[in-house]
Design a protein around this ligand. Structure first.
Ligand code: FES
Length: 121
């Protein structure tokens, strides 16, 4: 059984087209668009990818971590969710590249190797 994945969404991202001061930020709208998803979704403040926002990360214990950028809350929630599901289904978090949603393939900013999982004695 593989570890389930968590989708971290930056809620402070302003996105490519910043909202008016009295409107929710693009990152907060992306988080709202993912409400009710069948993947664990957690809001965070800043993934250090501000110039290519909106930003999200997909991670799980013992798996590769991905940072994804240039996300539009009105257009890319479904792609992000599909990728998080693929990540969750793969033992080490390396879903087949050509099977990943195209927008995710083209806007993956970084991937980080898994941390070693300590054996409990
Ligand atoms: S504010 Fe979203 S990555 Fe920095």
């Amino acid at each position: 059984m593989t570890a389930s994945s968590t989708l971290y969404v930056c809620t402070t991202c302003r996105g490519a087209d910043p909202a008016a001061a009295d409107q929710p930020r693009a990152g907060a709208r992306l988080l709202a668009a993912l409400e009710g998803a069948d993947v664990t979704v957690v809001g965070v403040e800043c993934l250090s990818n501000c110039t290519r926002s909106c930003s999200a990360a997909v991670a799980a214990p013992g798996k590769w971590t991905y940072v994804i950028g240039n996300l539009d809350p009105e257009r890319h929630a479904a792609d992000l969710l599909a990728f998080a599901r693929q990540h969750g289904a793969h033992e080490t978090g390396l879903p087949v590249w050509r099977e990943r949603p195209e927008y995710i393939r083209k806007n993956t900013i970084a991937r980080v190797p898994p941390m070693p999982i300590k054996e409990l004695s």
